[in-house]
Design a protein around this ligand. Structure first.
Ligand code: LLP
Length: 422
């Protein structure tokens, strides 16, 4: 069951609420519209896949850091995966249990490590200097974990979202494992090794490599245990992709990820491990659309353009990664509307400012609603104020079909505040 659906009348609905009606009731500017029930359903799918395992669903906050969404995910039992001190502070504000939080990152700052130590969150060791920093700040540190990043990911993902390869800036090469184990042994007061972590990359649409990674990791865990460490956590990271193309292709589900043949599930059970997963995109991307209005339609040479009020400032994934996100009009076209190929572009002063290229759409009239789908992950959290486009407001449809604002849109006055008193 998916929250956004074109109904027989040609209008787009979110959980039964007409998106065009929402546009009439909210501020006149681009906005993000989420389905709260879809967030719940996505978490439930993971929970069902993890049933019978000791596990933590560590939601990757970088994907979407809306406080209301974080509180909802926390209420559903999720933990949190953090990559900065501010993400950690926000997770604590949202009420996440620190013992279900994991602090990752290749450039953790000393002050953020202190906070992590005080709060008792899991800390991933990413490098030699990271270990030195953690030891330096670790009088209070409760946990450490070896981040044993793999170099075996062969999935074809955009180079900017690939992390698990040989010369990645992230993690520790496998052949350095013994050096790190010795370093941990040398600091029994400061470090307690509790688990091993890997993350393969993002937008992964084949689950086999998760299983292959889990096999490798469990072998490392056997070796680490044989040296007297009592480690109990396997963290297989995030990275499960979603159907951005709306092609109807069946993509792997959380159940496929955890319970696939010769599975992560069996491996974890056989070693009596707690499983940590770190989903971002697969929990939140499909719960949201960016809702825009058509400003006008123009043609230059052989190219047709739909110009909308939203842009790369609100949603940068197409510009940055050449990512495809599905685009639709929220209302049926007038009968005379011709279908053409359009680039859907914003008003930002960059040729890279596009939301979609070569999309077949009926020529829309000014003011028509146009949505960019699957905008829940890495869209608002990567938004900028370039060209002084202010970050958009966010709304969600509640279980009872009512609409609530879950974040104010930034205003010009907000911007001026940076200069007050200077
Ligand atoms: N764990 C670690 C260590 C990560 O680096 C990431 C994402 C995740 C978990 C969550 O991965 P997910 O389940 O969301 O794929 N901005 C890019 C994606 C960057 C992902 C960075 N790391 C995009 O818009 O596609």
């Amino acid at each position: 069951q998916h929250c956004f659906k074109k109904s027989g009348d040609g209008f787009l609905y979110c959980e039964g609420v007409k998106v065009e009606d929402v546009m009439e009731t909210v501020e006149r500017r681009p906005f993000y519209l989420y389905s709260k029930p879809q967030i719940t359903r996505n978490v439930e799918a993971y929970k069902a896949a993890l049933e019978g395992l000791n596990s933590i669903i560590g939601y990757a906050i970088k994907a979407n850091n809306n406080l209301k969404i974080l509180e909802h995910l926390r209420g559903l039992g999720c933990g949190a995966v953090l990559v900065s001190g501010n993400e950690l502070k926000l997770a604590l504000l949202a009420g996440f249990d620190p013992t279900k939080c994991i602090f990752n990152g290749n450039g953790k700052l000393l002050e953020d490590l202190v906070l992590a130590a005080q709060e008792g969150v899991f800390v991933n060791i990413d490098s030699e200097f990271d270990l030195d920093n953690i030891v330096a700040e670790a009088q209070m540190l409760r946990y450490g974990g070896v981040s044993n990043w793999l170099w075996m990911a062969r999935e074809e993902v955009h180079p900017y979202v690939a992390t698990g390869n040989k010369s990645s800036k992230f993690g520790i090469r496998n052949e350095k494992l013994q050096w790190f184990l010795d370093a941990v042994k040398a600091h029994p007061q400061e470090l307690k090794l509790v688990g091993a972590h890997c993350h393969l990359g993002s937008t992964i649409t084949k689950v086999d490599i998760f299983r292959d990674a889990a096999v490798l990791m469990v072998n490392y865990i056997d070796e680490i245990r044989s040296q007297g460490f009592e480690i109990n956590y396997l963290n297989i990271g995030g990275g499960l992709g979603i159907d951005y193309y709306h092609s109807g292709a069946v993509l792997p589900s959380p159940r496929d990820l955890i319970c696939n043949y010769y599975t992560v599930r069996e491996l974890v059970l056989s070693r009596k491990l707690n499983l940590i997963i770190e989903p971002g995109r697969s929990l939140i991307a499909n719960t949201c659309c960016l809702v825009n209005r058509v400003t006008g339609v123009k043609t230059n040479g052989t190219k047709n353009f739909i110009v909308i009020d939203g842009s790369m400032a609100e949603l940068i994934r197409p510009s940055l990664y050449d990512a495809y996100q599905h685009i639709e009009l929220v209302s049926p076209p007038p009968p005379e509307a011709a279908i053409s190929r359009f680039d859907v572009v914003g008003p930002v002063c960059e040729s890279a400012d596009f939301l979609g290229k070569d999309r077949e759409l009926p020529a829309p009239t000014r003011g028509t609603g146009l949505v960019v789908h699957d905008a829940g992950a890495y869209c608002m959290s990567m938004a900028s104020t370039y060209n002084l486009k202010m970050r958009p407001p966010e709304y969600w449809v509640e279980e009872d079909g009512s609409i609530s604002k879950i974040r104010h849109g930034e205003t010009f006055e907000d911007h001026l505040r940076f200069f007050e008193g200077l």
